[in-house]
Design a protein around this ligand. Structure first.
Ligand code: GCO
Length: 254
């Protein structure tokens, strides 16, 4: 259907050089978008771009450490200038520092909040200001989490940040609807990525995930492609302020 096409659109995907971010970037490129990715690791950026450019020429990479929140505006301005502006923003870059809450340090809390909540807020503001100035709408997608709805032991900072994302999606959707800027979230279940590697390599934990997930398996980055295209495209023109869980049924059961 034409409504799902992203032909002629440009998208920025943060943390788009691996895992869930690269999965969503692949989906957007397959739908016709020219994609810019950010990532801290230049080698991973290059590998991801080689693949994305085979799908859709013109994709670009920008080395950016978004945890350095004072550099966000300049990082966005550089990418936007290079790409001629963005129609779609996917706030995906994130981190988790696992450990008991009683041992959580202020640094670990601050780092997690900076990357998972502050950076997405102010990148979204840069995007929105640009769209408002151009009198054009747009689509913002946040990577939420099962931890936007519940928590697992040893994930306090991450859970708090993803809980913040859950409400920030609603707040920005309400503020920016009048400009035609839609704001939604994708909540992945347990997906096999670098971030979850210690978990899916742990036999006992992995078996628990498969048992706890009604569809009986770990998710793959490819499982996120379709939802990213739906929320980025005109196929979701009347959808804003929502989170869609791509979780194998995790939240549907107890
Ligand atoms: C963990 C995992 C989870 C997943 C994801 C689930 O430590 O339990 O890292 O947080 O990454 O967020 O939606």
């Amino acid at each position: 259907m034409k409504a799902f096409s992203l032909k002629g659109k440009t998208a920025l995907v943060t943390g788009g050089n691996s895992g869930i971010g690269l999965g969503m970037a692949r989906g957007l490129a397959k739908a016709g978008a020219t994609v810019a990715i950010t990532g801290r690791n230049a080698a991973k950026n290059e590998r991801a771009l080689a693949e994305l450019n085979r799908i859709q020429p013109g994709c670009r990479g920008f080395a950016a450490d978004l945890a350095k929140t004072d550099l966000i505006r300049s990082a966005y301005a550089e990418a936007s200038k290079d790409m001629g502006g963005f129609d779609i923003l996917i706030n995906n870059a994130g981190t988790t520092i696992r450990g008991p809450a009683e041992d959580l340090t202020l640094d670990d809390w601050s780092t997690t909040m900076a990357l998972n909540l502050t950076a997405p807020m102010f990148l979204s503001q840069c995007f929105a200001r640009e769209r408002i100035e151009r009198k054009q709408g747009g689509s913002i997608i946040f990577t939420a989490s099962l931890m936007s709805e519940a928590s697992r032991s040893t994930t306090a900072a991450y859970t708090a940040s993803k809980g913040g994302i859950r409400q920030l999606i609603k707040a920005l959707a309400v503020d920016w609807a009048k400009y035609g800027i839609r704001v939604n979230g994708i909540g992945p279940g347990y997906i096999e990525t670098d971030l979850t590697r210690p978990l899916h390599e742990n036999e006992e934990f992995s078996a628990w995930v498969k048992k706890r997930t009604p569809l009986g398996r770990w998710g793959q980055p490819a499982d996120l492609e379709g939802m990213a295209v739906l929320l980025a495209s005109d196929a979701s023109a009347f959808v804003t302020g929502q989170i869609f869980y791509v979780d194998g049924g995790w939240l549907a059961t107890f």
